[in-house]
Design a protein around this ligand. Sequence first.
Ligand SMILES: Cc1cc2nc3c(=O)[nH]c(=O)nc-3n(C[C@H](O)[C@H](O)[C@H](O)COP(=O)(O)OP(=O)(O)OC[C@H]3O[C@@H](n4cnc5c(N)ncnc54)[C@H](O)[C@@H]3O)c2cc1C
Length: 356
Amino acid sequence: MFQEESFFHPAAFPGMVMDRVRVAGAGLAGLFAALRLAEGGRSVEIVDVKNRIAPSSGPHSEALRDYVGTEALAELRRYGFDLEPFGTIETTVRKSARYENVLRGRAYHLFLRGRDPNTVDQELYRRCLEAGVKFTFGSRWNPGEPIDIAAAGPPSGEFNILGAGFTFSSDGSNLEKHTAFALLDNDVAPGGYLVVTPGIEYHSIYSVSWGELDYDRLLRMTEAGAARPWVREILGSSRRLGRIYGRAFYAPDPIARAEINGVRYIGEAGGFQDAIAGFGFRYAILTGSLAAKSILEGISYHDLLQATFREEFAIASGIREKLNRFTNEDLDRLVESMGPSMSVDQYRHHRAARFL
Ligand SMILES: Cc1cc2nc3c(=O)[nH]c(=O)nc-3n(C[C@H](O)[C@H](O)[C@H](O)COP(=O)(O)OP(=O)(O)OC[C@H]3O[C@@H](n4cnc5c(N)ncnc54)[C@H](O)[C@@H]3O)c2cc1C
């Protein structure tokens, strides 16, 4: 890949305006960085090891978290992301083994990921093509090869979060379109949670785990979760559709490793992921936007990251260490402390907001 240019790397010539910007990885982060660069007038080439645009995790609904501090969608808008979510979550049911809390109010915006035309992936791809981005599929970038932006997802062998589950038809299911469920129970998602999120034609159920990183074992746990009566009620007579499989990677201090030999690492390639809950959508967009800005304006990517995120990763890593030690009794106490019901406004001031 890029062999014809392997003798030259623009990072070796500080201050020089790079000609074509090269991006490795056409996931959320790479696509968004490429789009921002092309819209900023740069010529962009993006390579992906796959033969088409498709998230590694398979089609699923993805939630943009909206209740801890910032209004998440408004924040993404400030970074140039203007795609519309297909829905919102207004009721979030949090369960532990013995307790339940219902969070009332807008907590998440929903986006579809996958190969369908209405997914974020395909919409960004379409816009990139319109803006003139050149795609090369079926081409692998190897670390060390000249590149400007590395967006190839979790470095091989370095994932530390795993998702396992399946999509099911909305036909026959009893999931209400503005309601999501999360179960905090180490028996079904060690160190994480089992989640049920609505889509349009299909919904998603999967366990996200920090403690069980073997896919088959985690899937068996998800299946055990899906056999619980309240989940069976949600599934109703729906049909099981696709597989959800995903590896994710968070680094305790991703800013420290974000720029190496002139290569800017974005999204999960740089470990930009939410250590607490695995919400990486925001980080993929923000780091993609910041890397593009640093190239377009000739300013330091590292400084932009520092100014944007400050202590956020250190705080999240500390909380993650605590969560890794939580027993089911601790999770029970956490959910019990929220009471049976609470508004999003009340939740912002509750200690559980740091954990869930
Ligand atoms: C099951 C699941 C559910 C999720 N749910 C949510 C959610 O609800 N909310 C949320 O905020 N986040 C969620 N996330 C996290 C979020 O999807 C990710 O953080 C985000 O998509 C990461 O984007 P990325 O571009 O960094 O990496 P990826 O999406 O992994 O993209 C990397 C791209 O690089 C390509 N590639 C890999 N290696 C190479 C190579 N050597 N050369 C060239 N190309 C390469 C891949 O084919 C891929 O296209 C979820 C993740 C999973 C797996």
